[in-house]
Design a protein around this ligand. Structure first.
Ligand code: CMP
Length: 142
């Protein structure tokens, strides 16, 4: 399964790009796309369309567009349910106070908005989110 992982503005600003990537590389996970970008408003609104209307929506959009992020596509050699479980285990629960120690958010997260990483939460959301940031031709095979 392929999934989108974003190292968010706080992850980049705090120098956690390498740490995050390291944690994915510790598993049998292949990075097939990787780039640093500043997310524009249109892409942010697409990414977070499911949250439109929620009280935290504006903060979410302002935050993800505030400074550069690293977007990546990871290929995990597992069926979707287990791949999603593995990614969730590596990044930890959305709210850092609920995230296990040893997960990225559990070890480094400050707040639910500034929670360092985003990852697609299902095969369907990955299929929706990946094309927001990547063209199929950008992926490498190895
Ligand atoms: P992310 O994995 O990027 O997906 C949606 C984001 O919305 C989530 O991380 C959090 O940063 C944010 N979020 C989810 N629930 C809340 C909430 N109750 N209050 C504030 N932010 C939230």
């Amino acid at each position: 399964m392929r999934t989108l992982v974003i190292i968010k503005p706080d992850g980049v600003r705090r120098g956690l790009i390498g740490e995050c990537i390291r944690r994915f590389e510790n598993y049998d996970i292949k990075i097939i796309g990787l780039k640093m970008i500043k997310v524009d408003r249109e892409s942010a609104e697409k990414l977070y369309a499911v949250h439109k209307g929620k009280p935290f929506y504006d903060d979410l959009i302002n935050y993800i567009t505030s400074s550069p992020v690293v977007v990546s596509v990871l290929e995990i050699d597992l069926e979707p349910e287990n791949a999603t479980k593995l990614i969730r285990k590596i990044i930890g629960a959305t709210n850092p106070v609920d995230a296990e120690r040893g997960s990225i958010r559990g070890d480094y997260g400050f707040s639910i908005t500034q929670n360092i990483v985003h990852a697609s939460d299902s095969e369907e959301s990955a299929a929706y989110e990946i094309p927001i940031f990547f063209d199929e031709r950008e992926f490498v095979e190895y």
